[in-house]
Write a protein that binds this ligand. Structure first.
Ligand code: NAP
Length: 285
């Protein structure tokens, strides 16, 4: 039996779908059934289920919200995963946790590898960095940490949904931040993560689609393929007034995944093409 925290979220709902398709039995408590800030609730769930694998898809992912609520961000993104890892160690459960490209400042200018020193520039990035460090120190042999970035899918939430809604609302034009990163199809992240779990791989891995792009290029790629997309023009925002700073360059290299786990993730263009096709079909239905 597996246990998934955060199963209602963007990534969690995809993972649940994949587990069902593979006939892997799991429990996935809602945030009402288990608020992960409550250590006793975590213990109860882990004790009762005695899971083979625990997957933590819970996070406070609102980067600006985290900037303005650092204590809450720390509790959910740092403290709770550390408690989960300790409970997993007690039960001998394998623990899977997700992290982000935002653990980097963006000043390197080349794709980041797993061994690069992290140097976050916002609270969200700090809380995720601290979670990586505490898990690697506490339960390294039983913890897999997957760093990913810029998630997209045909379902609710994410950049493509935002663009599709803007097209359908005839917004005409919009501006996006100046950033370069590694867009990642949730489907590819979910599948690759499960393969790493099947292989029993602990440690830190970057899992993103191949290549790199900017938000503008990604938007243009989408709009060229989405029905009616030609009516929306996208430009780079000159000034970013949001509360949290973002790394301008946070491309993640996946050489470790290929060389040590024998896993390859397709280029972002191929993944985006497949996602846009599914999204267009869904929206027509
Ligand atoms: N989205 C991205 O582009 C991205 C990029 C890189 C890495 N990641 C990482 O991927 C992981 C999943 O992100 P996501 O985008 O799927 O997140 P998400 O859609 O924001 O989902 C967050 C989940 O956390 C749950 N949750 C929040 N507070 C909780 C609490 N106190 N107790 C229990 N559950 C709580 C939510 O449940 P309710 O709905 O019930 O509140 C929801 O299921 C995170 O570790 C994130 O850092 C995401």
């Amino acid at each position: 039996m597996w246990l998934i925290f955060g199963g209602s979220g963007f990534l969690g709902s995809f993972l649940r779908r994949h587990l069902k398709a593979r006939n892997i039995p799991f429990h996935s408590p809602t945030s009402n059934q288990c608020d992960i800030r409550d250590k006793n609730a975590l213990r109860r769930w882990i004790d009762e289920v005695a899971p083979e694998v625990v997957i933590n898809c819970v996070a406070l992912t609102g980067v600006d919200f985290c900037e303005e609520h650092p204590n809450e961000a720390w509790e959910i993104n740092t403290r709770a995963p550390a408690i989960m890892a300790a409970l997993c160690q007690e039960k001998n459960s394998f623990f899977v946790h997700f992290s982000t490209d935002y653990v980097f400042s963006g000043s390197k200018g080349n794709p980041y590898v797993e061994s690069d020193l992290t140097d976050p520039i916002n609270v969200y990035g700090w809380t995720k960095r601290l979670s990586e460090e505490s898990l690697q120190a506490a339960y390294p042999e039983g913890t897999l940490i997957v760093r990913s970035a810029w998630l997209f899918s045909e379902h609710t939430k994410g950049f493509f949904t935002f663009l599709a809604d803007a097209v359908e609302e005839s917004r005409g034009e919009l501006s996006v931040p100046r950033q370069v990163g590694s867009p990642t199809y949730l489907e590819d992240l979910a599948k690759t993560t499960l393969k790493l779990v099947e292989k029993g791989r602990s440690g830190l891995f970057h899992v993103v689609n191949g290549g790199a792009t900017s938000w503008v290029e990604l938007a243009e790629f989408f709009l060229a393929r989405f029905p009616g997309g030609g009516a929306l023009s996208v430009s780079e925002r000159k000034v970013d007034t949001r509360p949290a700073r973002r790394p301008v360059y946070s491309v993640l290299a996946t050489d470790k995944l290929r060389k040590t786990a024998g896993l390859e993730v397709r280029p972002w263009q191929e993944a985006a093409e497949a996602c846009i096709e599914r999204m267009t079909k869904r929206r027509k239905e």
